[in-house]
Design a protein around this ligand. Structure first.
Ligand SMILES: [Zn+2]
Ligand SMILES: [Zn+2]
Length: 194
């Protein structure tokens, strides 16, 4: 395993900024616990590791930096739970461990040095963990897209089974309802109305 300092630096490169924030330091600690429990010596070069980050804050970048798992390679999954937790899954063995931050741990203040502050806590004081089972749908696995479907409303291609079947039609999630955006009406000839 890399040293804590090396992992922290890898996480900082993903996260940006020059300083180590509390979330990043704690996220690195959490990721190291997960990898240690799975017995991964060199997680960044282990192809069968899949990570589920339950936050889209600092800790997500921390686990990505430590494990080398990224969204684009489909080894990092974002689960929108708003929790300081992540699950580390070894696809080769099916073993998975979910690690979470204990809620009774004090919050770090910006003026405190994050590395120094959290060095005063053991992993057991900071985190809990459970061995868990994770069923990974085939469409979530790395590798070539398993299926491609054309949305029958907008015509855009939808990969990996993310379409919806609505009243006999294949629709993308946006057309099926609940798009996170709404198209502006005044667009003409590709000119933006913004
Ligand atoms: Zn941060
Ligand atoms: Zn569509």
């Amino acid at each position: 395993m890399l040293s804590f300092t090396e992992d922290l630096e890898a996480a900082r490169r993903v996260h940006g900024g020059r300083h180590y924030c509390h979330g990043l330091v704690l996220g690195v600690r959490l990721a190291r616990v997960g990898c240690r429990l799975l017995g991964l010596e060199d997680p960044a070069h282990y192809r069968d590791l899949m990570v589920y980050a339950e936050t889209d804050r600092c800790a997500a970048d921390a686990v990505s930096g430590v494990t080398g798992a990224t969204l684009g390679r489909r080894r990092l999954k974002w689960v929108d739970y708003g929790k300081f937790a992540a699950t580390f899954l070894d696809l080769a063995t099916g073993r998975a461990v979910r690690v979470w931050a204990r809620s009774d741990v004090p919050h770090g203040r910006p003026e405190q040095d994050a590395v120094e502050m959290w060095a005063g806590f053991t992993d057991d004081e900071l985190f809990g963990w459970d061995w868990v089972e994770v069923e990974v749908p085939v469409c979530d696995l790395p590798g070539r897209p398993r299926c491609r479907v054309r949305c029958e409303a907008c015509g855009e291609e939808v990969r990996d089974g993310r379409h919806r079947r609505v009243e006999g039609r294949n629709l993308c999630r946006a057309c099926a309802g609940g798009a996170y955006y709404s198209v502006k009406r005044l667009q003409r000839d590709g000119a933006s109305a913004a």
